[in-house]
Each structure stands twice: as C-alpha cells, then as structure tokens.
Design a protein around this ligand. Structure first.
Ligand SMILES: [Zn+2]
Length: 297
C-alpha cells in the first residue's frame, strides 16, 4: 500500500512532536552589551530567553574602557552585540574586528534626536526616558529578528517595560515640578546630564566635557567655582564613575556642599541603590530634586 501524503504528514508530525518533547528549551540568546545600563535594558526585554553580560560593569567608566583579550573572547561567543552609539564606545569597532564576531551589532540609540556636544554628539541619551523608550523598541526589534519564535515574549516584555518607563516619567515630572525656576542649576564632574536637563527644564554645568578622557582645565574649574559663589542656589553632585576629588575640591573652594551622588554612565553594584536602570533614574531624579530644593541661596 502506497504511503499517502496524509500518512507522511501524520508521521512527520509525530516525529517532530516527540523530538520537541525530548529537546531542551531553545538555547538562550547570548547578548553582550557594551555597558551596564544597556545590559539591564536587554535583560528586561529578553527575560528568560537571553543571557546578558556587560563589557563595562557597574560604577565603571565606558569612555576610558580598555578592552582585554577576555572581552574579545566573550564577543566571539555572542549572538547579539549591543552598543549605545553616538561615539560613546570609541573602542567597540576595533574590539569587534579583533574578536572575529560576525553577528548583528545593534546601536540602541538609533532613531533618537541627538544633542550636539563639541564637534560631535552627546552620547548620554539614556538620561532622557523618552530616548530610552526608543532604546527598548530597538532592543525588542533586534531580538525578534534574531529569534522570531520568541517574538511574543519579547513584545510582551517590552510593552510591560515601556509602561514602567511612562509611570516613572510621570513621577519624575511631579518631583521636579516642585523645584522653583531660580533653583534649577546643577553641577557635575562631566557633562552627562544634557538630555536630562533638556527633558526636565534644568541647567547642568560641568568641569569636564561629555567625554571623560580629557582632564578638566584649570580655567573651567575656576569658572565653575566663580559661578557657584555668585549663584548660591546651585547644587553640586559627585558621579559614581568619576573620582570625587575634583568635585570635592570645587565645593570646598566655593564654600558649597555636595548635594549627593548621581549615576551617570553606569549602574551601581548589584544589591545597591541604583542597580537597575529604573532605580538609577528614580535615584538621580530624587537626589537632584531634593538637593535643588534645599540648595543654599
Ligand atoms: Zn559620560
């Protein structure tokens, strides 16, 4: 008796069903993110379907990162590489070439409207929650392209996370609305809060530019000290990725006080106050709002 197409289909279905039962769940997508903030976003969007690591870890400065051979080996084993773009990771192209990695390199900031800084762009776009919405959409789309079978999971995770971003944005706006217009000035060690300032109507000044690879000039430091002396309603912050001594010297010479610690380019260590992007953003906003409201006049 000839084997009918129906019979063949039936047997194929049985065979594939038994294979699926015996098989392990799909291998997790290995994601290597350039720095801790992107890694956290990828974990939220990818959920149980991804295994994420960051090249530049908590409290570390991606501007001056120097990749080691172990980083190239990690990249070689990745399924997806995530970068911020906008010139943030000047070391990434060389590292990708050195590693032999041939997979997709996703630029998370793709599609945002960048702010200019010096001759290039300000890379710190994640300091505006509206930009982070774009980051999340880009990560979701990249994961769906790579692993279409799990598209539903990635889409649901991204939608839930976008809701959390929207709720946080409303909270931040409420907290900062309480700061009077004449008190909306802040100082940090490097220029990392341009997007935050633009989103929430503040002014940030810094001793260093938007890249930490150049030291603050004596003239810039003297200018900041003068500004703090003249405008007493200015809050001064240290950053988790920067040596606090520069800011401490500025506040000492200006007769001011440190308004708190901000997380600019990296999360804090696991288990501490800013170990996720959402906690980091809430912490920064609360610290800025609190310090500006109480800044001496
Ligand atoms: Zn920076």
């Amino acid at each position: 008796m000839p084997i009918s197409p129906r019979g063949a289909l039936c047997c194929m279905l049985v065979a594939s069903a038994s294979a699926a039962t015996a098989a392990e769940p799909p291998r997790r997508v290995r994601v290597v993110a350039s720095f801790s903030i992107l890694a956290d976003l990828a974990r939220n969007v990818g959920g149980e379907a991804v295994e994420v690591s960051a090249l530049v870890g908590p409290n570390a400065d991606a501007h001056v990162f120097q990749p080691r051979p172990a980083d190239a080996r990690r990249l070689a084993e990745a399924d997806l590489v995530l970068t911020n773009g906008l010139g943030f990771e000047g070391w990434m192209d060389r590292l990708v070439r050195a590693s032999g990695y041939r997979g997709p390199v996703v630029v998370a900031s793709q599609g945002i409207t960048p702010l200019r800084a010096g001759r290039g762009f300000d890379p710190h776009a994640w300091q505006d929650l509206a930009n982070t919405r774009r980051y999340v959409a880009n990560l979701r789309d990249a994961l769906v392209r790579l692993q279409p079978a799990q598209a539903g999971l990635f889409e649901a995770n991204a939608a839930a996370y976008l809701e959390r971003l929207a709720a946080l944005d409303a909270e931040v706006r409420r907290a900062l609305a309480a700061v009077p217009p004449e008190r909306r000035r802040a100082i940090t060690s490097h220029e990392a809060f341009g997007y935050f300032a633009a989103a929430y109507g503040l002014t940030f000044l810094s001793a260093q530019g938007s890249n930490t690879d150049a030291e603050a000039s004596a003239a810039d430091v003297a200018r900041l000290i003068d500004q703090i002396r003249q405008q007493r309603a200015t809050a001064v912050f240290v950053e988790n990725i920067s040596d606090p001594r520069l800011v401490e010297r500025i506040v000492r010479e200006a007769g001011a006080t440190v308004g708190g610690r901000l997380y600019s380019d990296a999360l804090s260590a696991p288990g501490t106050e800013a170990d996720t992007y959402l906690k980091m953003f809430a912490h920064n906003s609360n610290t800025i709002a609190g310090a500006l409201k109480s800044a001496a006049r």
